[in-house]
Write a protein that binds this ligand. Structure first.
Ligand code: NAD
Length: 511
């Protein structure tokens, strides 16, 4: 099956933010686009704005003049649904409401030919449920774009129970012909991205709920150590807490109250108080003129210790040891109970990579007092910041020695309360766990889940490839420690991670 021919018209229903973006992309790909909206004047306004956008892209040299003019001419605002009769593909991007979308699909059933594909841009509704309202459910398919449509490459092509294979393939090939990166997904709550991204917000809200860290510090750690483009708090402020809370609540309800997806009391309070984020002028941060810029907590400079000894195999943190100038110790194993194959000794203090336990628990298990745990980083060789936690038993001198060693390696050090799993580690572990379960449930392939998280929400690495770099066995340890610490089903291990750890095999098959 091939992409929709370029000489076939496409109808876009709903001329809001998403519909306009979809119209732009389809027109630039060479289709005549019929744009319809029930709100008076909305389709004409959207068309005029698109023509200006295309002219701006031309002026910036991003589009050649002929292409911009031709794409503008191909976008036609229509004023009745009946005008969409001779189209090969209809993409609906109307309000996110099951009844409204089902009504629209039923109306289209009698307007367009049986061969016309009916695609929906819904973010959260079941494709199966939407198709059930159609006389021809086999031609109903999800075509889920991301905002802003012209810039975000991902399109989730979502099959409901009844979606015909050739319909899904045509939409997949069409998305590719439009310059997008399509992935197949099954119709389940949140599809790939909106489901697999839940832990990014959920773990952040939990850390804030435990008062382990403030928003500015958490965001800085997630950006500067985790490599995420935005921290979770600033991202929730951008998306809007009302929207983010609604998506979380809908996935939670759709998953029959699985604690993995439980919404946060903190966020509900923010929504109740109208602190919706950027759009209301205040969320975790204040916006507008005179608003203070967020400042992360960073430890003051302390002297570098005389020497750091590297004991054993530091695994993923070997680059950190090299960066702070650690020298291999003569005796090579760290005290048992610290729970790491490798650790850094600075005088009497131990500096170890996180494993899902608190620093206090590790100090107690090892029978030592001065333990400082550092968080995961995307790349220990280059990251600018690192989060640490200090055992309750750790002396001031021991803590200062650990901080001094990290600062000597060029890290800004942010101290979190002694919370299990710190910030980046628990987030990445839970993102990988969710992605693994989505793969187990056949929502998409492991490789496609990784692509979706990189192309749909800009993650610096696919969560499953990230898990592979750390090792499935290490992930098992981290999640088991988090589960033991909290005693909650929320941190239960995905059977795929357990199996791959036992087999010593990667989660993502080589491509
Ligand atoms: P929007 O509110 O900006 O636009 C919706 C438009 O649909 C409005 O102009 C409205 O007048 C029109 N409309 C409502 N009912 C209609 C009907 N029956 N027939 C024709 N037009 C109708 O919304 P949006 O943000 O563009 O979202 C549209 C869809 O895309 C929703 O299903 C949403 O879940 C989904 N989506 C949104 C985003 C996002 O980030 N905004 C991302 C992916 C998917």
């Amino acid at each position: 099956m091939a992409a929709l021919p370029r000489d076939t018209s496409v109808a876009v229903i709903g001329a809001g933010a998403m519909g306009a973006g979809i119209a732009q992309v389809a027109a630039l790909a060479g289709h005549r686009v019929l744009l319809f909206d029930t709100r008076m004047g909305a389709a004409d306004d959207a068309r005029d704005k698109l023509v200006s956008t295309l002219a701006m892209l031309r002026d910036k040299g991003k589009l050649d003049a002929t292409a911009a003019a031709a794409a503008g001419e191909r976008i036609v605002a229509v004023h009745a649904l009946g005008d969409c009769v001779s189209t090969g593909l209809v993409v609906e991007a109307i309000v996110e409401d099951l009844a409204a979308k089902r009504k629209l699909i039923a109306e289209l059933d009698v307007i367009v030919s049986e061969a016309t594909i009916l695609a929906t841009n819904t973010s959260s509704l079941s494709i199966t449920a939407l198709a059930a309202g159609s006389r021809h459910p086999a031609r109903v398919v999800g075509m889920h774009f991301f905002n802003p449509v012209p810039l975000m490459p991902l399109v989730e092509v979502v099959r409901g129970l009844a979606t015909a294979d050739d319909v899904a393939t045509t939409v997949f090939d069409t998305a590719r012909a439009w310059g997008k990166t399509p992935v197949y997904a099954r119709s389940t709550p949140g599809f790939i991205v909106n489901r697999c991204a839940r832990p990014f917000y959920a773990e952040a809200l939990r850390l804030l709920g435990e008062r382990a860290v403030d928003p500015a510090t958490l965001d800085a750690v997630m950006r500067e150590a985790g490599g995420f483009r935005m921290g979770p708090c600033e991202l929730m402020d951008l998306v809007g807490h009302d929207v983010n809370f609604a998506v979380t609540s809908s996935v939670y309800a759709a998953m029959f109250d699985d604690p993995r997806y439980r919404p946060s009391v903190i966020q509900r309070e923010m929504v109740a108080g109208g602190r919706l984020g950027r759009k209301s002028g205040q969320g975790f941060y204040r916006y507008g003129e005179g608003a203070p810029a967020p400042v992360p907590a960073t430890e003051a400079a302390v002297p570098a210790p005389a020497s750091v000894a590297a004991h054993g195999d530091l695994g993923p943190a070997a680059a950190l040891a090299a960066r702070i100038g650690a020298v291999a110790a003569t005796e090579s194993t760290p005290p048992s109970g610290l729970g790491a194959a490798g650790a850094l000794a600075i005088g009497d203090a131990w500096l170890v990579m996180g494993d899902g336990r608190t620093a206090t628990a590790r100090a107690a298990a090892a029978g030592v007092r001065d333990v400082v745990v550092f968080d995961l980083a995307l790349d220990y060789a280059t990251c600018r910041r690192i989060a640490v936690a200090r055992a309750d038993t750790c002396s001031d001198a021991g803590y200062a020695a650990a901080v001094g060693a990290l600062q000597a390696g060029g890290f800004a050090v942010s101290r979190l309360d002694d919370v299990a799993g710190l910030a980046v580690l628990r987030t990445v572990a839970m993102l990988a766990n969710e992605a693994a379960d989505a793969a187990v449930e056949g929502i998409a392939t492991a490789a496609d889940i990784d692509i979706a998280m990189q192309k749909g929400v800009n993650y610096p690495r696919g969560p499953l490839a990230w898990a592979d770099a750390l090792g499935a066995r290490f992930l098992c340890t981290v999640l088991a420690n988090l589960a033991a610490h909290y005693g909650e089903d929320r941190y239960r291990l995905s059977p795929l991670i357990a199996r791959r750890a036992q087999a010593g095999m990667p989660l993502v098959e080589s491509r």
